[in-house]
Design a binder for this molecule. Sequence first.
Ligand SMILES: Cc1cc2nc3c(=O)[nH]c(=O)nc-3n(C[C@H](O)[C@H](O)[C@H](O)COP(=O)(O)O)c2cc1C
Length: 373
Amino acid sequence: MSSVPALRTSPESSTPFSRRFGLRLPLVQGPMAGGPTTPALVAAVSNAGGLGFLAGAALAPEKIASEVAAIRALSDKPFGVNLFVLDAANPNEATVRRALEAVDPLAAHFGLPPGAALARYAPDFRAQLDTVIELRVPVVSFTFGLLPAADVVRLHAAGSYVMGTATHVAEGLAWRDAGADAIVAQGAEAGGHRGTFIGEAPHALVGTMALVPQLVDAVGLPVLAAGGIMDGRGIVAALALGAQGVQMGTAFLGCAESAIPADWKARLRASTDTATSVTRAITGRHARGIRNRLMQQLEARHETVAPYPVQNALTQPLRQRAARENDGDYLSLWSGQGAPLSRTRDDGLGAGQIVEALDAEWRAVLCKLSHAS
Ligand SMILES: Cc1cc2nc3c(=O)[nH]c(=O)nc-3n(C[C@H](O)[C@H](O)[C@H](O)COP(=O)(O)O)c2cc1C
């Protein structure tokens, strides 16, 4: 069995991963596409001693470059950029028409015109990757697929530390063989899209508690635990399972710098442990979010759902309008199962304040455990 990293409470010395990046605590802020992870949020986390992470997947290469410049203007600390490993989508006409049969009536609710086939359904992944390599980003992580080993070599040559997302052991081994430096272990509790790229997503809903130690034992690389971790207790639990750090997304969704609609923040605070479901109806890829009218209505027409990123692009005008109108009934309310735990924090805290609170909490938990033993 792999050894659990030594837990020390002195600053900047908790695990090899956190020492490598000079972190105050072994915390990575989860990249969150779709608005939450603004440059201000990323920089605030890095400045407070965590590792801030920009979600680059939905951004054009030029936008990735300008957001990275904005982060660098706000912080001289390490940070990361995340991308989705995606091939270009070329759906046939029937796939698009069928998907729009379910989407158009919902868009009409906002007076939007019927949708149509698009020239492009997602930014060009290869161009995004080239940009991130040119920008020499300290940490780059990937989800939805596996990067060819030659690209990992290019990232290493640019000085980047490479992390791959795994939802089960076979994916972790594939990333290890491709040359990744660390694995993000995405447990079933996690908010947002599932990263699954080997096998069926519904079969890959392994909980964080079961997934982390299995990946630690199998891959021999640093593992970051993601999914359901909301406070200092969760951080210590993940380290006890052998993780070298945690990746927390939902805990930062409601913070002051997160640019999501107020209604999404309100529904997060009001949610319960059973409020979320995993669905592919909204984007064509399985993702965990708070159930709402949009999820229910599209699930009722599940036979029409196009694969990601086609469904994602076709439902986007509707979701963007809902965001402008602050109407949570028609947003994709991505959230993890731990969301109710954020109610213990004051509303509207800054991301830096959340990092500080987490740092105090995990040290207090460690102290309590050492006194109990
Ligand atoms: C709104 C939202 C968007 C997300 N977008 C991404 C993304 O773009 N890339 C990614 O690798 N993970 C994404 N995630 C996953 C987070 O980075 C993180 O791994 C996850 O939130 C951890 O589980 P938790 O939500 O229980 O904290 C997203 C999560 C949420 C809630």
